[in-house]
Write a protein that binds this ligand. Structure first.
Ligand code: GAL
Length: 880
């Protein structure tokens, strides 16, 4: 029967705010667990005396706001995570070598860890301090490169001293706040360094010595929990070497005493400006995870479970975009990405059902089932007495389904899939059979106060011209071209260089005669170079350590040659980061002069760091008033190097808010003084996106990408906690020219839901806890599969756009009825779902009151629309 789930749904509407409240309560009290110890053996981490199969959710705290943390952690927990994993970000805001730590706001590590603990989850803290993570400079503070004699990540005293200070500081911070598990806190494991194995060879013997030093330094801190090193095949005894990658099944740590940990399961990928968007299909991700536990793995972390946003200038390089969505199960805004989130939730529930057997066996028993098919069986004595058994059946054939026999039963295995049998007999889950809903995110323009959709954020804009070139007194002049970071200390993306070029009459007639212009030529540069002559833009060059060649036009007499070097995220990966630098490398010259080339490396240059508007903080609420803005006329033509400001109202409701900056060029944006990041409407490469995305076969970051030929990013997240109801100050610095009148503010939600579940799907996983299910006294065949639909919080299913129980065709948003169709499909689904936040429908003849085609396998396909619920305050809703 289609069972209405009004009560269930009501709970969903009320739970999130209550959950958030509950989550906060124990933060005040401090202790989250009865103190417990964590150790390990070859099979697993041993938590409070028990081997555990753990699922971990990667969430980097500064990529969200503290206000978002409780919801992200609650959704990780609901999705089946036992652990949250984060790096520690060494954010030192001081220019000098003064150790000034910033643990405020988004960097409030202790608060984040406490929220994790209060939700009943564990924490894996990766201290690094090198973290990579597509974070500016790999997480190192930029002042570190100025420490005399320093060489990063090698046997170098100055580096080791700073590293030890930082790591000690973090371990002490955890200890003082009583956050280690043996103190009743959530921290069960730490990490030192990060993928050092990738670069170790570059450092020779010193690299090997550094690994040993880092390990013994870490262990010497007596943190009382295990330490891991990822991708470190020579990790010393007492440090667990862990795997990172798209697949880690079959990974073997470097000692038989260590368990198999997967610290980074790349469930998507990051994006570059000008790149397409990554997509890792849920079926393949589930396959990779199931294979991992099948072949002896015991701890797996999704990198990322929630990626979030690179606010401010925190994104790394070369050229990483502001969004760090990562195609993770929770999207950039913290909304569920479906079907990924739901399909993994089901997977985790299936693995949890196997946990008693997985931990009971020291190793799986192996059975070959076919040329590309295999079974791993775990059995032993259950904790509560009695025998336990769980099996994983894999078909690693990339193309064909397989029919296998296992323990006398027949099983059909779709290509590239794993079936999970928590009782060694019945399939609870198959990685290629997605029962979870698909959601389509809809982006709605915010309403104006008059109630109509606004395609613009504001009709009134102010503008402020940023001077081209040296703008203030804090400039200096010296001979030669200086390395960019040595001058800026990364306090700004921008560095102006000015030199004077005098041009004779002879030069001019020489150029006229040859029909050629002089050319600026720089051996190597990154990331952006803008060349101006006498304040006129000659051209811009974009690239990562590329040669720059730019024709320039001079007039007779003195000319100002202005070069603006820009960073778009400092390098975060590779050896010798401290030497990488920015701006120029090698020689710079002007060619094409009558008397030969002008060597600019020897010229006298005047330098100025940053923009005038940055120095005057015109983007802050306090200082924006002081600048001399002028009204921007609607017909003003786009101009370069402009500051723009306006005020806007916050869209109603609770949906995430984004700014659509697709009409702008390149620059940075601030809302109420909060730096929401760099923006750039650069277009993604035209080719390389697959027309269809086939989950089968090994994933790599170029497979299944989308968005080719479109701007890489146009929407920029503005966390709601940075907004007040009205008059929010938006300030943009625009480098290349754009139209601010076309900027709009929008909200994002899962506006469309689709489900497609057939009679051959497996019964809901929660049914496995029904007494009798595991021991076979209750028949699996008697339980029908279900379709679950659920809108985001604060939304209800407002209409069912399509429903067919029978043989529907097509996919989400393109469904059509097939030959076989139960006539009451639409009314039955509408009855069960309409007006509710969530609902479920059994996929059975009973539920649809008829068998529309006897003997044919039937499928239920539904497309539903979600709309904001009328009652906006969930708490006022009553279950009575
Ligand atoms: C890994 C690294 C992570 C992250 C990831 C790619 O190699 O450890 O920090 O950079 O690659 O997203």
């Amino acid at each position: 029967m289609a069972e209405p789930t009004r009560n269930v749904s009501l709970q969903w509407r009320i739970l999130p705010p209550i959950l958030s409240l509950l989550l906060y309560l124990p933060i005040v009290s401090g202790s989250f667990f009865k103190p417990f110890n964590v150790s390990y053996d070859h099979r697993a981490l041993i938590v409070a005396g028990k081997r555990r199969m753990l699922v971990s959710a990667g969430v980097h705290y500064p990529r969200a706001t503290p206000e978002m943390w409780p919801d992200l952690i609650a959704k990780s927990k609901e999705g089946g995570a036992d652990v949250v994993q984060t790096y520690v970000f060494w954010v030192a805001t001081s220019l000098l070598r003064v150790r000034f730590y910033n643990f405020e706001g988004r960097y409030d590590l202790v608060k984040f860890v406490k929220i994790v603990g209060s939700s009943g989850l564990y924490l894996h803290l990766r201290i690094g301090p090198y973290v990579c993570a597509e974070w500016n400079f790999g997480g190192f503070p930029v002042w570190l490169r100025d420490v005399p004699g320093i060489e990063f990540r090698t046997d170098n005293e100055p580096f080791k001293k700073e590293m030890q200070k930082f790591v000690t500081k973090i371990v002490d911070l955890m200890r003082e706040a009583k956050l280690f598990c043996w103190q009743g806190g959530p921290v069960i494991m730490l990490q030192i360094e990060n993928e050092y194995g990738d670069v170790e060879k570059s450092y020779g013997q010193k690299g090997k010595d550094y690994v040993k030093w880092a390990a013994s330094m870490a262990l010497g801190l007596d943190a009382g929990v295990p330490w891991a090193m990822c991708k470190q095949t020579d990790a010393p005894e007492n440090i667990i070497d862990a795997c990172n990658g798209y697949y880690c099944d079959g990974f073997k740590p470097n000692s038989k005493t260590k368990p198999v940990l997967w610290t980074e399961d790349w469930d998507g990928w990051y994006t570059k400006w000008g790149g397409s968007l990554p997509h890792r299909p849920a079926e393949d991700l589930a396959f990779a995870v199931a294979r991992f536990y099948q072949r002896g793995g015991s701890f797996q972390n999704y990198y990322m479970y929630f990626g979030g946003t690179n606010f401010g200038r925190t994104s790394g390089g070369p050229f990483y975009i502001t969004s760090y969505d990562y195609d993770a199960p929770l999207d950039e805004y913290g909304l569920r990405s479906e079907p990924k989130w739901g399909h993994l939730k089901d997977l985790h529930a299936a693995i949890k059902l196997c946990e008693p057997a997985l931990v009971a066996a020291d190793a799986p028993q192996y059975k070959k089932l076919g040329s590309n098919q295999e079974a791993h069986i775990y059995h032993g004595d259950g904790e509560a007495g009695g025998k336990v058994c769980a099996a994983f059946l894999a078909n690693i054939d990339e193309h064909k389904s397989a029919y296998v026999k296992f323990n006398g039963q027949s099983y059909t295995l779709p290509p590239w899939s794993v079936s999970i049998l928590p009782d060694c007999r019945h399939v609870a889950y198959n990685t290629a059979k997605v029962g979870a809903q698909t959601s389509v995110k809809t982006v709605e323009p915010a309403m104006t106060p008059l109630g109509n959709n606004a395609s613009y954020i504001s009709k009134s804009w102010m503008a402020l011209k940023e001077p081209i070139g040296i703008w203030g007194e804090n400039n200096f002049t010296t001979q030669g071209l200086l390395e960019h970071l040595n001058v800026t200390k990364d306090q700004s993306d921008y560095l102006w260089h000015r030199t004077r070029i005098s041009v004779s009459e002879d030069d001019i007639s020489f150029w006229k005669k040859n029909g050629a212009n002089p050319t600026l030529s720089v051996d190597s540069m990154r990331d952006v170079l803008r060349v101006f002559v006498n304040k006129q833009l000659s051209g811009s060059i974009v690239g990562h350590w590329v040669k720059a060649v730019q024709p320039v036009l001079f007039v007779q007499g003195n000319n100002d040659l202005l070069l603006l070097t820009q960073t778009v995220g400092l390098q975060n990966y590779g050896a010798f980061l401290e030497k990488d630098g920015a701006g120029f490398r090698g020689k710079a010259k002007l060619t094409g002069f009558k008397n030969g080339d002008v060597d600019l490396s020897k010229s006298s240059w005047t330098y100025q760091v940053g923009l005038k508007g940055e120095a005057e903080k015109v983007y802050t609420v306090e200082h924006s008033e002081k600048a001399e803005w002028s009204t921007l006329e609607t017909e003003a033509s786009p101009s370069i190097f402009m500051w723009y400001k306006t005020y806007f109202n916050t869209p109603d409701g609770t949906d995430p808010v984004v700014l659509d900056l697709g009409s702008m060029g390149k620059g940075q944006a601030w809302v109420n003084g909060h730096h929401i990041g760099r923006y750039w409407s650069i277009i993604a490469q035209k080719d390389g996106c697959d027309k269809t995305c086939d989950y089968r076969g090994a994933y790599h970051s170029d497979k299944c990408t989308t968005n080719c030929g479109k701007p890489t990013q146009t929407r920029y997240h503005v966390p709601r906690s940075w907004l007040k109801p009205d008059s929010n100050l938006l300030v943009l610095f625009e480098e290349t020219g754009g139209n601010p009148f076309k900027i709009s503010v929008k909200t994002v939600t899962a506006g469309i839901l689709c489900g497609q579940v057939s009679e051959s799907h497996y019964p809901p996983l929660r049914k496995w806890s029904t007494p009798g299910f595991m021991n076979g006294t209750m028949s699996i065949n008697s339980v029908a599969p279900e379709m679950h639909l659920r809108c985001e919080e604060g939304h209800v299913i407002s209409s069912i756009e399509f429903a067919s129980y029978g043989t529907p065709r097509g996919s989400c948003e393109k469904f059509s009825t097939g030959k076989c169709h139960a006539s009451k499909s639409l009314s039955i689904v509408s009855e069960a779902c309409q007006g509710l936040n969530s609902c479920f429908i059994e996929v059975s003849n009973t539920a649809f009151q008829s068998d529309p085609c006897r003997g044919t396998l039937k499928t239920l396909a539904v497309m539903a629309r979600c709309s904001p619920s009328e009652d906006t305050g969930y708490l006022s809703f009553s279950t009575a």
